[in-house]
Ligand binder design. Structure first.
Ligand code: NAP
Ligand code: ZN
Length: 352
């Protein structure tokens, strides 16, 4: 076991502060990564403040962060995927048994043995897993991703969660040319979804509650922008969408978006508001519409997404901050005041 500096929260109401956490010594298939950048996902905030306590209670102290990019500084004796000096990324998973039918089918993200980057249990240490607001992380090589060399690293970090979480359902629902696709909520996930849906050739419509994001939505690749609080603008879109991706972090009326689907259209939720919400059956019955959800993506798919980003020169639009500004960043996230992802420059942890 070795010690690493990290920012952790001591309770649901405590700010994040600098502490020291244990990391395991490398086992045969582990790699050790010096973390260079870590994105701030809204899930980090939900988790640090225990907003999902009904589904996954937060154990304190907790270290959030699952949008990690860094450099390999050590490899275990049986590692073949990486060598010291390589760039590597880590997303929301750091372990799984890899032998269950779900892992074997390449869907580690659905496996009951999947270990989350934070808030799960490190089976080697029998301690909680701690996330990427830290100087170092140790993971099994299977859960580390190769990073295309042409991309800006601060903008790559958010691809490890916001990127894969939006890329995966767009692929699953076969979004492409000739389809009309809606993206609800222009935040970290939403802005990545716009970039991907546009790159896949769809007609892209952004739904936002923020009038000041209209120009950005068009610059990011949207063909149209709808102010979702305008009844008139919403009514014009009724019954026309093949697919809608909902990436909103707070309670909102999903029925008003189901109403915009064409027959056989699908609305997929990736946003994870803490409170349950009502869905009226007629929103789905009329037009055989479907409502589904999606969580991150598999390791194979994450690598495919990163390679796609390398090829199409796609990264997140980031505001780079030092770790000392993380608490302020959380408050700004709650106000929708981020364009469009905070990326923590982990070099700032050295001065602590
Ligand atoms: P974010 O950057 O804070 O963006 C959320 C966006 O939702 C905001 O920018 C805003 O967009 C919209 N919004 C916020 N409050 C709203 C309200 N009261 N009514 C309507 N719209 C509202 O968050 P994020 O990091 O993209 O994450 C979004 C959600 O996805 C979170 O709940 C997060 O936990 C979840 N998530 C899920 C997965 C998964 O695997 N399924 C992975 C990562 C994150 P506008 O200003 O454009 O309206
Ligand atoms: Zn996330």
């Amino acid at each position: 076991m070795f010690k690493a500096k990290a920012y952790s929260a001591a309770s649901a109401t405590s700010p994040l502060t600098c502490t020291v956490i244990p990391r395991r010594e490398l086992t045969d298939l582990d790699v050790q990564i010096e973390i260079l950048f870590c994105g701030i996902c809204h899930s980090d905030l939900h988790f640090a403040r225990s907003e999902w306590s009904e589904f996954m209670p937060t154990v304190y102290p907790c270290v959030p962060g699952h949008e990690i990019v860094g450099r390999i500084v050590k490899v275990g004796p049986k590692v073949t995927k990486f060598k010291v000096g390589d760039l590597a990324g880590v997303g929301c998973m750091v372990d799984a048994d890899l032998s269950c039918p779900l892992c074997q089918a390449g869907n580690e993200q659905f496996s009951p043995t999947q270990v989350g980057t934070y808030g799960a249990t490190d089976k080697h240490l029998n301690l909680p897993t701690y996330g990427g607001y830290s100087e170092a992380i140790v993971v099994n090589e299977h859960f580390a991703l190769h990073i295309p060399s042409n991309l800006n690293l601060a903008g790559v970090a958010p691809l490890l969660c916001a990127g894969i979480t939006t890329y995966s359902p767009l692929h699953h629902w076969k979004v492409g040319p000739g389809q009309k696709v809606g993206i609800v909520g222009l935040g970290g996930l939403g802005h990545m979804a716009v970039k991907f849906a546009r790159a896949l050739g769809a007609h892209v419509v952004v739904f936002t509650t923020s009038p000041d994001k209209k120009d950005d939505a068009l610059r990011l690749g949207a063909h149209e922008v709808v102010l979702s609080r305008s009844t008139g603008e919403m009514a014009k879109q009724a019954g026309t969408f093949n697919f809608i991706l909902d990436a909103v972090s707070a309670s909102h009326d999903v029925n008003s978006y189901l109403h915009l689907l064409a027959p056989d259209g699908n609305l997929t939720l990736v946003g994870a508001p803490a409170k349950p919400f009502p869905v009226t059956s007629f929103s789905l019955l009329l037009g055989r519409k479907s409502l589904s959800g999606s969580v991150i993506g598999s390791i194979r798919e994450t690598q495919e997404m990163l390679d796609f980003c390398g090829k199409h020169n796609i990264t997140a639009d980031v505001e780079v901050i030092p770790i000392q500004k993380v608490n302020e960043a959380y408050e700004r996230l709650l106000k929708g005041d981020v364009k469009y992802r905070f990326s923590i420059d982990m070099a700032s942890l050295k001065s602590e």
